[in-house]
Design a protein around this ligand. Structure first.
Ligand SMILES: [Zn+2]
Ligand SMILES: [Zn+2]
Length: 349
């Protein structure tokens, strides 16, 4: 038998950030595909759509009208999953039936007035405007007394379940710290207490030395495919400095975040020459007023596409019942993304 190696042999990888595992089966990457072929998304949109409830000046289902906004615009979600007015309380019946009241605030952030402009097609200065709003919202929502975690995220593309094509993101802020940030809080805290440095500082240093999973970088941020990535083209943006949250970034750093957000999403769009769907979001410190020196600002990107604009990765079967699994290794995915032109495909033709 040959000696074990990561590029060829089935193995499982540890997610140091969550404590979860992923199964990697690189030998299967070349198996024939006979599954579903979905239709490519139509990506020809007008810059203004009179029936879009997110376009400037239009009426929303609540009866409110959007102002004639010129840049990034945020408002309370008309279909909020969490309400400010929910009374405190809960329900328990022994150890097996437990429910707790959850209070929160949900907002929608229209990235720009343009119905047809996604992040990779916006100018860095316009994306910086989105990041300014994230920072303001994290500060103001996070300062509400019952809000202890502010989840900022974006769900892009119909294939990914996004209900409106107007480029927008969301904020769901809650009293309780949600499941994923909770796992990462525990892991990062344990690491910080043991080593005195943030888990992601040490991780980033090793990734920069290794190089195999790096996608792009600038003075303040690095984009990479994590060693433990589950989705075929999953990526992270990590700040070089161990910032607890977005409030730690000055104007120059926010511009650098905008620039790398654009570079990564241009890579994504260029991969299959399609507006690349993904869910993305920020993980950062809770807003309960405590100090979190172990928290290290980062963004996750979870794109569902696998091998073309129409063929997506499903998390079913073994993944639902046992462990998430991937065929192509994170290193191969990184290589593929890095081989693409850095100019958006719509601009280069
Ligand atoms: Zn619109
Ligand atoms: Zn995270």
């Amino acid at each position: 038998m040959t000696e074990f190696n990561l590029p060829d042999h089935p193995h499982r990888r540890f997610n140091a950030l969550t404590g979860d595992w992923v199964l990697v089966s690189p030998h299967r990457a070349k198996r024939p595909w006979q599954g579903q072929v979905e239709k490519a998304q139509e990506d020809k949109r007008p810059s203004y759509d009179p029936i879009c409830y997110l376009c400037p000046g239009n009426e929303r289902s609540s009866g409110d009208f959007n102002p004639d906004y010129q840049a990034t615009y945020s408002f309370i979600n008309d279909f909020s999953a969490l309400m400010e007015t929910t009374p405190d309380g809960g329900f328990t019946d022994g150890e097996l039936f437990i429910a707790e009241s959850e209070r929160g605030i949900c907002k929608v952030i229209c990235f720009s007035p343009r119905h047809d402009l996604t992040i990779p097609e916006m100018e860095v200065e316009q994306i910086k405007g989105v990041i300014d709003v994230w920072q303001e919202e994290y500060r103001s929502i996070g300062s509400v007394d019952f809000i202890n975690y502010v989840q900022i995220f974006e769900n892009k593309g119909a294939i990914n379940g996004c209900s409106n094509p107007h480029p927008h993101g969301q904020i769901w802020a809650s009293k309780y710290i949600p499941v994923e940030p909770s796992k990462e809080d525990k892991r990062q805290k344990e690491y910080f207490e043991k080593h005195g440095t943030t888990l992601l500082s040490d991780y980033l240093e090793k990734e920069i030395t290794a190089g195999a999973r790096l996608l792009c970088q600038n003075d303040h941020f690095v984009a990479l495919i994590p060693f433990w990535a589950t989705w075929p083209f999953e990526a992270m943006i990590i700040s070089r400095k161990p910032a607890q949250n977005i409030l730690a970034f000055n104007e120059e750093e926010k511009t650098a975040l905008a620039a790398i957000y654009k570079s990564l999403t241009v890579m994504y769009d260029n991969l299959f020459e399609v507006s690349f769907p993904y869910s993305a979001g920020i993980h950062q410190s809770p807003t309960d007023g405590k100090d979190y020196p172990w928290w290290h600002f980062h963004m996750h990107f979870y794109p569902p596409l696998l091998r073309s604009a129409t063929i997506r990765k499903f998390m079913v079967g073994y993944e639902q019942l046992a462990t998430p699994q991937r065929d192509v290794t994170p290193e191969t995915s990184a290589q593929l993304l890095c081989s693409l032109p850095t100019t958006h495909y719509k601009k280069s033709c």
